[in-house]
Design a protein around this ligand. Structure first.
Ligand code: HEC
Ligand code: HEC
Length: 285
């Protein structure tokens, strides 16, 4: 019950400030009780539509400018886990997550407004930006955990995760199972919590079952181990790499872009001439 109320509230709140929000609400109007129009089904249909298209990487680069604001021009997100690394993620996973997020089959209030067709574009743009993101090299310096329980992490990973996410966390392109090697530890922790507690709607029911009964120690250990798994050869960027597609992007949000030197003589410019005299106004009585 709280969801529709929230959605209506959000819709009203957004439609006041953002003109496209009313349009953006369309998927939410589908009734979850009708399986043909459930968010999961809407997302599944869009996924299939996107998969049938041929991506245009040049348009992908253009679309990516919106994403770069949060995921950074390199697609590396933030080591504190607020924004995930999406660079190098499997193309099918990116497509599925975008379709899920904009059909509201995965809650992402921060990103949702940027994912709607009015802003991101239709299925072709999803295909394009996913192809662009998938080929970006990954950060060699992702956020990791405390490193105190790695043997346990390795054991848990082999027993509970590798059959789906791959022996080295490389994921599965055909089954759109995310690559998790080299992802920021704190992001992995947040997603794992969301999956375990059912907050992430698009989570895999078999995974939920598999991790049922994990203690906090098991979770921290396996995710620290996962964050430290290295992505396949050739997928990592060199340290300090910046994305040449965005050469003039200001990468330090708190810093200032380097200031160009002040043109010589600017401060010595002569004072402005006196303003012309206004016609005299009759004095107030
Ligand atoms: C306003 C900030 C913002 C913008 C803009 C944004 N995102 Fe996101 N994105 C996020 C956040 C935050 C998450 C993680 C949400 C969570 O914790 O569940 C996310 C998650 C994702 C994920 C899922 C990653 C995973 O492994 O679970 C993908 C894929 C993604 N974004 C792609 C994109 C693309 C492509 C664009 C541009 C069209 C974009 N994002 C624009 C904030 C943003
Ligand atoms: C039965 C297969 C299966 C098993 C076992 C499994 N997972 Fe998953 N996992 C998935 C699938 C599928 C998804 C993506 C679901 C979706 O959003 O479409 C996922 C998503 C995730 C995510 C979110 C990734 C992201 O980028 O958003 C994390 C983190 C994760 N799994 C970690 C693990 C860990 C750690 C284990 C072992 C303890 C594990 N999983 C076991 C299938 C599995």
């Amino acid at each position: 019950m709280s969801r529709p109320v929230f959605a209506i509230g959000l819709s009203i709140a957004l439609s006041g400030i953002i003109p496209w929000a009313a349009h953006a609400q369309e998927p939410a109007e589908a009734s979850a009780s009708d399986p043909a129009e459930s968010p999961a089904e809407i997302a599944r249909l869009e996924y299939e539509q996107v998969m049938a298209l041929t991506p245009d990487p040049e348009n992908g680069r253009r679309v990516y400018l919106t994403c770069a604001v949060c995921h950074r021009p390199e697609g590396w997100g933030a080591p504190d886990g607020t924004y995930p690394q999406i660079a190098g993620q499997l193309r099918t996973v990116i497509i599925k997550q975008l379709a899920d997020i904009r059909a509201r089959n995965r809650d992402n209030p921060l990103m949702y407004p940027f994912s709607v067709p009015r802003i991101l574009g239709g299925p072709q743009s999803v295909a394009d930006v996913a192809a662009y993101v998938a080929q970006l090299p990954m950060t060699p310096e992702n956020g990791v955990g405390p490193g105190v329980d790695l043997p346990l992490g390795q054991e848990v990973y082999a027993e509970h995760c590798s059959k789906c996410h791959g022996e080295n966390g490389e994921g599965n392109e055909v089954e759109h199972i995310p690559a998790i090697a080299g992802q920021h530890y704190l992001y992995l922790m947040r997603q794992f919590d969301a999956i375990r507690t059912g907050r992430r709607k698009n989570s895999d029911p078999k995974m939920v079952k598999q991790i049922d009964g994990f203690t906090p120690r098991h979770q921290a250990a396996v995710l620290d181990y996962t964050a430290r798994l290295r992505p396949p050869e050739g997928k990592l960027a060199e340290a300090g790499w910046t994305n040449p597609d965005f050469p003039s992007y200001v990468r330090d949000p708190m810093g200032m872009p380097p200031m160009p030197p002040m043109p010589a003589g600017l401060m010595e410019a002569p004072p402005s001439p006196e303003p012309p005299a206004y016609p005299s106004v009759p004095p107030a009585r």
